[in-house]
Design a protein around this ligand. Structure first.
Ligand code: YH5
Length: 271
């Protein structure tokens, strides 16, 4: 069950979307079969964790029905589990999906609403797997309207500390907790950059850190490039994140990121 490698090596998490309207992949991987092939390619490319999401969470997106989310994710998790022992993360906020996904072979819960859904904390504790809790200001429908903070680093850190405390109180083991500043989730360019710069400060929370910046608008804004031309920017922020102390980087372009992160791993191994 506990397949997350929590050694100091930086882990690469590959994004596998099973949403017909997936922004980054243009709806290309909208069927189980296509998503399965995508996952197989990532495994061949050296991914450490696959993150399976059946609910689009890009800015302005709307919630999907639970039955639809189950139909998108569970058959895919089973199919991957049939061919590989690769750790699988389920990107969901819903307790039923968490339970079914773990039963089908997922070993990590990725909750972008930080387990604030009814019963999510208790379900995660019962399932006894690592959980990622992410910061978001607002909801996916509204979050990019007008994000505001007095001190983004302090506020995100305080929120993550509160969610760590809530997780511990629910019975989730400290070594099972991963935190994520939630890049792009209710943050403007300046907020995202401040968080990336202050990433080392989050280390004092005493848990693993996950960063998801791949192909996001922060890169598009800085480079003035559309989503299909953000590879070099994405690789750069993956390396920056790793150098800043991220333990897991969540990415779309696995083969390229594996090479980039190997350079950081080599550096970290020097005595
Ligand atoms: C994350 O940061 N993000 S879904 C818009 C894009 C590109 C990518 C405009 N789930 C995170 O990946 N889970 C998502 O181009 C996540 N951390 C964690 N833990 C959004 C996404 C994306 C959105």
């Amino acid at each position: 069950m506990d397949k997350l490698n929590i050694s100091k090596q930086i882990q690469i998490m590959g994004v596998v979307n099973v949403t017909p309207d997936s922004f980054s992949d243009g709806g290309q991987f909208d069927t189980t079969e296509k998503a399965f092939q995508h996952a197989q390619q990532m495994i061949a490319d050296g991914v450490d964790i696959l993150d399976i999401g059946g609910e689009s969470t890009r800015p302005g997106s709307q919630a999907v029905d639970e039955g639809e989310e189950l139909a998108r994710t569970i058959p895919l998790i089973r199919a991957i589990r049939d061919i590989s022992d690769i750790p699988i993360s389920i990107d969901t906020n819903k307790p039923l999906i968490m339970q079914q996904a773990v039963q089908a072979g997922a070993g990590i819960i990725n909750s972008i609403d930080a387990l604030r859904h009814d019963n999510a904390l208790d379900m995660a504790a019962e399932l006894n797997v690592p959980v990622c809790v992410m910061h978001m200001q607002g909801t996916p429908e509204t979050m990019q309207k007008e994000p505001h903070y007095d001190d983004v680093v302090r506020e995100v850190k305080d929120f993550l500390q509160q969610r760590i405390d809530a997780a511990l109180a629910a019975g989730i083991a400290r070594h099972h907790i991963i935190v994520d500043p939630g890049f792009g989730f209710g943050k403007n360019l300046q907020h995202n950059l401040q968080l990336l710069k202050a990433l080392p400060e989050l280390k004092s929370l005493g848990v693993s850190i996950l960063v998801g910046l791949s192909r996001k608008r922060m890169i598009g804004t800085i480079l003035d490039k559309p989503v299909d031309q953000r590879l070099y920017g994405s690789l750069s922020v993956a390396v920056i994140s790793a150098m800043q102390g991220a333990d897991i980087v969540r990415v779309h372009d696995v083969a390229e990121t594996v090479d980039a992160i190997k350079m950081v791993r080599a550096l970290n191994q020097v005595a």
